[in-house]
Write a protein that binds this ligand. Structure first.
Ligand code: GLP
Length: 241
């Protein structure tokens, strides 16, 4: 694994955006695995800026997002489909039909998970998977558990994750209890994985994930075994490493 130490959130975002834009410049029809949460927003903002300057072209790019809340449709302001439109898709020339996110409104979990894994396979797998890091070590919504889930699956969100994500939901709105998420195998099969992490509140989990043992109790720890994994992290989040 490689570690790129950034000065702060903005520097981390530009470093990650540089890697993503290099990927798209070298392979315009790249399959990008995309993430939500506050960590990748700055990288998306930087990519939008470079797109505006004519430096990056998304017209052939295909995307697969990591996860979606069960029960939320794309028009719901808290859905990850909505997040992706607001933070990236609406601002660049990506073709909407080339973007994929699990369908939170499909209540046939088995069918939805199979459909999503078939999409990833039909695209030829993921060239670059972008990840954030949940405060409990989750990646996508692969929560700490006794084993690594392989493919896309429906997951019950842990109380810690519900609590951590409450800040995005307005008062009176409940955080959904379930999500569809790509599995660990989907993520590990990506040809390149880039994780963005910032802030002192992530320092302990960064240490556990990347200095501790590989264990499904800390799902991100599996990335120690990936052949092309880059952690782009600010100084504060690396302070215990
Ligand atoms: C959510 C997402 C994850 C993300 C995590 C961390 O739970 N499903 O993909 O990595 O939040 O979020 P943040 O970057 O806001 O800390």
């Amino acid at each position: 694994m490689k570690i790129i130490e950034a000065r702060d959130y903005d520097h981390m975002s530009r470093q990650a955006a540089n890697i993503i834009s290099a990927q798209v410049i070298l392979k315009p029809a790249s399959v990008l695995g995309l993430a939500t949460g506050s960590s990748p927003i700055g990288a998306y903002r930087q990519l939008i800026d470079w797109y505006g300057k004519g430096d990056i072209d998304f017209s052939a790019v295909r995307t697969v997002n990591l996860d979606e809340y069960v029960g939320l449709g794309p028009e719901d302001s808290q859905s990850y489909a909505h997040f992706m439109r607001v933070h990236l898709f609406d601002h660049v020339n990506i073709r909407r039909e080339n973007t994929h996110i699990p369908d939170g409104l499909n209540d046939d979990a088995q069918a939805e998970c199979r459909r999503y894994d078939e999409i990833i396979a039909s695209l030829g797998g993921i060239d670059l998977q972008l990840l954030g890091l949940g405060p409990n070590g989750h990646i996508g919504f692969n929560e700490p558990s006794r084993s690594f889930a392989k493919g896309t699956h429906k997951v019950e969100l842990s109380p810690a994750t519900v609590e951590a994500n409450r800040r995005f939901f307005g008062p009176g709105r409940q955080v959904p209890g379930y999500a569809y998420t790509m599995g660990i195998c989907d993520i590990m099969q990506a040809r390149r994985v880039v994780m963005v992490v910032s802030g002192s509140h992530k320092a302990a989990i960064v240490r556990d994930a990347f200095l501790g043992p590989v264990t499904p109790e800390v799902p991100a720890s599996i990335l120690q075994l990936h052949r092309d994994f880059t952690l782009v992290a600010d100084r504060e989040s690396l302070s215990l490493l």
